[in-house]
Ligand binder design. Sequence first.
Ligand code: FAD
Length: 309
Amino acid sequence: MKTLVWVEHENSLVKDATRSTVTAAAKLGEVDLLVAGEGVGSVAEMAALIAGVGKVHIAESPAYGHALAENVAPVIVELMAGYDAFLAPATTTGKNISPRVAALLDVAQISEILSVEGERTFTRPIYAGNAIATVESSDAKLVITVRATAFEKAEIGSAGAAVASFAGPGDVGLSVFVGAEIAKSDRPELTSAKIIVSGGRALKDASTFAATILPLADKLGAAVGASRAAVDAGYVPNDYQVGQTGKIVAPDVYIAIGISGAIQHLAGMKDSGIIVAINKDEDAPIFQVANFGLVADLFTAVPELTAKL
Ligand SMILES: Cc1cc2nc3c(=O)[nH]c(=O)nc-3n(C[C@H](O)[C@H](O)[C@H](O)COP(=O)(O)OP(=O)(O)OC[C@H]3O[C@@H](n4cnc5c(N)ncnc54)[C@H](O)[C@@H]3O)c2cc1C
């Protein structure tokens, strides 16, 4: 089977989720990549070093500059004439582009696969991860999004794959990039961090959240996450949210502080290596998934823990 993987990048760096997607694609057969964007020659060179990649298509145009699904999907659809399967990471942008590719190819997308069981058979989470479905596709071409945390990142090799230019249809005139407000942070990125300290509703307000969670995260070199309740209450920005409607994370260590452990939150973090929970309610559901649980008032326990580290 010939597979095409869309490369998610930040105009200079290939994002880690792409490498996990390559691992998933390699289980199906040959892997080629598409790097679309403006001034992305160095991204294509970097992508060409990913182990197992046969060829990198580079589509350069201002039209592809901000990964607008309306302009990028037709590039993929043109390329798909020569491929059996298209894979993208199940990230915000991947989840924007991929359904449009599926619709244009008139096939059903297989979303957020967790494993490859056969050439056309995959597992994927349903009911917020409470059940795992095994699905088989009978479509002529496969369109798949990949849960990055379920696959190892493909290695970076030393031999570069061939890079070939591909024009694509350019601007199809359906959407225009207006602007982006990007939160800047010196902390590790949530989806690739090895340690995450997350806070919930119990943190009261933005300043209490910052005063309690950030010193612990700083000591551990950790990324900061939050429950939806904490985000909705304005303690932290939206992109901190972990869970079914937030980010799916699987760090080595996840520390949940003042988070009850609702299924929608667990859906985003229960694959973490070690889960530590601090909660004053010993019956909180978070303790059912925690490897280490501390029943305590977080306003005493967290400063004490931070001071001892
Ligand atoms: C469709 C849908 C999608 C959703 N998606 C998400 C999602 O992506 N992510 C997500 O997180 N939620 C999501 N939710 C919301 C989810 O159902 C919960 O409401 C939310 O996770 C609760 O957040 P919380 O644990 O911070 O708050 P709560 O459930 O209110 O829990 C607060 C916890 O803090 C503890 N506590 C209070 N004071 C202290 C203290 N002083 N010391 C120690 N512990 C203390 C309490 O015992 C309690 O367990 C979704 C809901 C729906 C319906």
